[in-house]
Design a protein around this ligand. Structure first.
Ligand code: F0G
Length: 428
């Protein structure tokens, strides 16, 4: 049956296995503090019916049908239609790129451009789900720690839903001014913490019960349910033919957890016949997950993170238990790239006319590295996820193009007369 609201979901702890109340305020297991995951009985769904219902909704004018998240609502959250706080999120482009594919070393490369979401990053897909659930629970104030994008997105959706919003971001240069300005402008109470993201998230989780805050970091299982829609939309756009690889950047590992869950659900439902592999790319200065992978899935050792890709400047990724299980299930790999590699890849994503912020370009830099190493073959078909918009970090672009970097395209200052312009243009 295909309906707006089903009751097949349950909430389970991935550590101790205990069943939890589906509609609870605690985002973690109340018994052991482990991560929670939404599970659902998929046996009542039929792949053909789901595909048909999802396709039909694209032609509707209703906000919950047009949303690239709620269009897939059977696999997102069992809410009534009027409980969904939506603002046209999702429905992002999937762009074939020939030059970039050649540069990376693969036959076919599509970029899924999540920067096209309303606040400029994939976070909107998680927040439409998380904030809708917050409203259903009767939460008064939603909160997050953030490297910037989560706070921008939460601030927007909280304002739409009429909820209070508290965000904690690292003070100073490690939070992009553009992202911070979004949180401020959407009206969030914004605390600039004299510490890093990892510290901010620890503090928030410790204080949330006392301060009556509903935490909407990706530790929240409903956030991940919303972010699964990136994979539903991608596979739908590819005619339900899985590519060979999905490549994405890894920070707090919410997307890694969400994508692998979505792909496993799609295979179980028969929506796709086979699974793609997954490649997670971390910045070298913030790569505890890559180190765990390289050590044969050794226990994750938190690090003090540092990278110019501030969105993924994370040293203790909260979702690593889910992410490592997911990567293993998809026979995936985890790799690292340096900041200069990230910035060169970003320049090429930008020049392709698509554009992204530094963290997003880690996926393309990582793809190139994996091709050079022979992990990804030249004939393979790849989808890389571009997680955030170019304008999320304009300073990073300006600095790059003012530098002597390989793909720098600096402006030429000229006198304000015809002759000077003519001389410069003819000189090109
Ligand atoms: N790309 C961008 C643009 C991000 O903003 C983030 C995370 C990631 C990638 C990493 O995704 O955590 O699912 O592995 N940004 C968070 C924030 C942490 O606060 O905005 P992940």
């Amino acid at each position: 049956m295909v309906t707006g609201s089903t009751t097949t979901e349950s909430l389970q702890c991935v550590r101790c296995g205990q069943d939890q109340n589906l509609w609870q305020l605690s985002p973690r297991c109340t018994a052991c503090g482990g991560l929670l995951a939404v599970s659902r009985d998929l046996s009542e769904y039929d792949a053909t019916m789901l595909r048909g219902a999802w396709a039909a909704r694209r032609g509707s004018l209703a906000p919950h049908d047009r949303s690239g998240v709620w269009r897939f609502r059977e696999l997102i959250a069992p809410l009534d239609l009027d409980e969904m706080t939506a603002r046209g999120e999702g429905n992002t482009g999937l762009y074939p790129t020939e030059e970039l594919a050649r540069w990376a070393g693969v036959a076919s490369l599509h970029l899924k451009h999540e920067g096209e979401n309303p606040t400029g990053s994939f976070k909107d897909r998680g927040m439409t789900a998380g904030v809708s659930v917050a409203r259903k629970l009767g939460a008064r104030t939603v909160a997050c720690a953030s490297t910037g994008n989560t706070s921008a997105s939460l601030a927007s959706y909280a304002a739409l839903a009429g909820l209070g919003c508290l965000v904690l971001v690292p003070a100073g240069e490690h939070t992009s001014a553009a992202k911070l300005s979004q949180a401020l402008a959407y009206g969030a109470r914004t605390l600039a913490i004299r510490g890093d993201f990892d510290r901010a998230l620890v503090l928030l989780q410790a204080l949330a019960p006392e301060l009556d805050l509903y935490v909407l970091n990706s530790v929240n299982p409903w956030r991940l349910e919303g972010q699964k829609s990136i994979m539903f939309e991608t596979l739908e756009a590819l005619g339900w033919e899985a590519p060979d690889w999905i490549v994405l950047p890894g920070g707090n590992l919410g997307n890694t957890s969400a994508f692998t869950k979505a792909l496993l659900e799609m295979r179980e439902l028969g929506l796709i016949a086979r699974l793609p592999r997954i490649a997670v790319v971390q910045a070298a200065g913030a790569s505890p997950f890559a180190a765990s992978y390289a050590g044969g899935w050794a226990p994750l050792q938190p690090v003090r993170a540092d990278t110019m890709a501030t969105a993924i400047r994370i040293g203790d990724p909260v979702n690593h238990p889910k992410a490592s299980a997911g990567v293993r299930a998809l026979d995936g790999v985890v790799t690292t790239v340096t900041d200069p590699e990230i910035m060169d890849a970003k320049a090429l994503v930008d020049r392709a006319g698509i554009g992204c912020e530094p963290a997003s370009a880690a996926s393309i830099a990582g793809l190139r590295r994996l091709c050079k190493e022979g992990v990804i073959g030249a004939e393979e078909r790849v989808v890389a996820v571009i997680t955030g918009h170019l304008l999320k970090d304009p300073d990073a672009s300006s600095r790059y193009h003012a530098s002597a970097a390989e793909h720098a395209n600096p402006p030429t200052e000229v006198d304000a007369d015809e002759r000077s312009i003519r001389a410069v243009v003819r000189g090109l």
